[in-house]
Design a protein around this ligand. Structure first.
Ligand code: ADP
Length: 358
């Protein structure tokens, strides 16, 4: 591994920019710009971040890009890579366009030390990379093969850095639950992912803040026939928000004792999670480790308890106190399955990957 690299990581979301400066594998600074709406907001944020690190000799900027299609390793950004990011925007419309916009804004700013024409090399690392080698049975959709080939249709999977980060030290059969405003679950054997709940797009799988997750494909056909904008409905108006009007999980937790729709949203969220966990246990023929991560997975003991209750048939036992305190290992010592709460760190994983490829 090359020594003495300063790497600035950008994690651009649909309304925020998280950023971290690393010296090799050590994070030395980080921050978050939130509530960004217009291109001008993003431009201002980019300027401020680059200004903040003006004195640092940054060697490269690494971007988390949600959809990389067939790109399965860290890629130095050039015209071709930008075109690819644009091409796959269709499958990640909330993220890829914003991420590309920030890459171009940085290009336009030049070097943060002030030299306009000396650009710092930028690299794109894709959320889909971790799943590039899924087995054919899990990555293939049962649609005509010719279409699959022509349009590059497959299960790509997302939240790859998070699933990778929280599972990398675990041996055996592992299920990782990344539960945030976007949520996904992966099945991983000895570090190698064999299935994941998000698919061609981040819409498949679990019920999310505003996304429906799995539904009958016939429902989409029906809504379209009736003239509804299914893209808008399924991505922005469904999920927890569609069921109870709230997409912030804290609101749901607070209101569910009195509001029956919030209770239903909570119960459906859990039910879908345990169904997918159950399917992965059978796909792997067993389970050694169960990991909870991301804002909801890391912070809601009640949710972990309700999920684990459904796994008592496997002699999975929680240690109540440890669960309540969000400790790293929350299973009891005689549990047949180890249960973890791991704080995810996508930026750390991005830096490890980019350093590996230099
Ligand atoms: P994103 O997927 O956009 O990165 P996060 O992982 O930050 O989002 O997850 C946001 C979700 O997590 C929201 O529904 C929010 O209500 C929920 N959340 C954040 N912190 C907590 C907490 N301490 N307890 C319960 N839910 C939380």
């Amino acid at each position: 591994m090359k020594k003495n690299k300063k790497i600035l990581v950008f994690n651009v979301g649909s309304s925020s920019i998280k950023y971290s400066l690393f010296h090799n594998l050590k994070r030395i600074s980080s921050g978050n710009k939130e509530r960004l709406k217009t291109k001008h907001d993003y431009q201002k944020a980019v300027k401020e971040i680059l200004e903040k690190f003006k004195q640092e000799k940054i060697n490269l900027i690494a971007h988390r890009v949600v959809h990389g299609g067939d790109l399965n390793k860290p890629s130095k950004i050039n015209r071709e890579i930008k075109n690819k990011i644009k091409e796959f925007s269709e499958f990640a419309p909330l993220h890829n366009p914003k991420q590309l916009m920030v890459i171009e804004l940085i290009d336009a700013e030049g070097d943060p030390s002030g030299k306009k024409n000396s650009k710092i090399p930028q690299y794109a690392l894709f959320d889909t990379m971790f799943f590039s080698d899924l087995p054919e049975v899990s990555k293939t959709y049962a649609i005509p093969k010719a279409l699959t080939k022509k349009l590059n249709i497959r299960r790509y999977g997302f939240h790859g850095f998070s699933h990778h980060y929280v599972s990398k030290s675990l041996k055996g059969k592992t299920i990782t639950c990344h539960l945030g405003s976007g949520s996904s679950i992966s099945a991983i054997i000895n570090g190698k992912p064999i299935d994941t709940s998000m698919g061609l797009t981040p819409l498949e799988g679990l019920i999310m803040g505003t996304r429906s997750g799995n539904i009958d494909p016939g429902l989409i056909l029906y809504l379209e026939k009736k003239g509804y904008n299914t893209n808008e409905i399924l991505n922005k108006k469904s999920g927890l928000k569609g069921i109870c009007g709230h997409n912030d999980f804290r609101d749901i937790l607070q209101k569910m004792n009195k509001d029956k729709n919030c209770k239903l949203a909570y119960n459906m969220f859990i039910y879908r999670i345990v169904k997918i966990i159950g399917s992965y246990i059978t796909a792997m023929n067993g389970l050694n480790n169960l990991v909870f991560t991301a804002a909801i997975g890391e912070n809601v003991p009640r949710l972990r308890k309700d999920i684990c209750k459904q796994l008592s048939f496997m002699k999975l036992k929680l240690n109540k106190k440890k669960n309540q305190k969000n400790k790293e290992i929350i299973s009891s010592i005689n549990s047949k399955v180890k249960v973890f709460v791991k704080k995810t760190n996508e930026e750390q994983m991005i830096v490890e990957e980019v350093l590996k490829c230099l």
